[in-house]
Design a protein around this ligand. Structure first.
Ligand code: CDP
Length: 239
């Protein structure tokens, strides 16, 4: 309790962000389909925090540029930033979600075309700065559970708790297929495992655990077991 009390009173300057933070942050990072977002959402609900999915912003920026230009080879960092500028991160009851031209774009950002191209957008340094600023802004006023790749390393190096979720690639592929409601034939599972491994490679640079992160291998865990572990760790830290 002392730590969160002290940070609540003093506030802290988020590294490079220029936003004074007076709230608690739990950072959950990990590779594609490791269960970060659903786990972060459930942890947030249990603790009465808000969930911020940083990947949803990379996806939203990708959806925004795709609306203007279908051919990714014609995208530049500037054109992606211009397309992303009107995006807002809006707070709902339990989470923040991206809004484009006044509308939620959840379905669009989870589509295949966005998923295929999002890693390209996530390589652009100024897009990363734009996402990081939005996430820090959300965390400035609210207690949050943020998930992504570099939340515990780059965006919130002073997070109250850092978790790095890992899982076997075939298990992650199975979860993705289940999430989409697709029956898991061996062929589909093989294909999805390949896609996940490819995305792991493309995102490897920014998907590194912080030295003080707790790594949880979720391969053999149920969703509620991993949520309970993280909630338990957060309770221990705030004592
Ligand atoms: O849910 P999944 O792990 O498949 O992806 P996501 O969290 O929605 O993130 C989509 C993409 O955004 C990733 O493949 C990364 O390229 C990028 N990303 C990132 O670079 N850094 C983050 N903090 C979050 C996402």
């Amino acid at each position: 309790m002392r730590r969160s009390l002290v940070s609540a009173i003093l506030g802290r300057l988020a590294a490079g962000g220029g936003v004074t933070r007076r709230s608690s942050v739990i950072a959950i990072d990990g590779p594609a389909a490791s269960g970060k977002s659903s786990t972060a959402q459930m942890v947030a609900e249990k603790l009465g925090f808000l969930h911020v999915d940083s990947g949803s912003l990379y996806r939203a920026a990708t959806a925004a540029i795709l609306r203007l230009e279908k051919d990714p080879s014609r995208w530049s960092e500037q054109s992606v930033l211009d397309a992303a500028r009107p995006l807002e991160l809006r707070a709902a009851r339990t989470s923040f979600y991206p809004i484009l031209e006044g509308r939620a774009i959840e379905e669009e950002i989870r589509g295949q075309e966005v998923t295929r191209n999002v890693s390209r957008v996530a390589q652009m340094p100024r897009v990363r700065e734009w996402v990081n600023a939005k996430v820090r802004e959300a965390a400035a006023a609210k207690n949050v559970v943020v998930d992504g790749r570099d939340m515990g390393t780059v965006v919130f190096p002073d997070a109250d708790l850092k978790i790095f979720l890992v899982a076997d690639s075939r298990e992650r592929a199975l979860r993705r297929l289940r999430q989409r409601g697709t029956p898991a034939s061996e062929q589909l599972l093989d294909d999805e495992t390949i896609r996940i491994k490819e995305r792991d490679e493309r995102d490897a640079k920014q998907t590194v655990p912080a030295p003080d992160a707790v790594t949880i291998d979720t391969t053999g865990l149920t969703q509620s077991e991993q949520v309970e572990q993280i909630v338990g760790l957060s309770m221990q830290r705030s004592r």
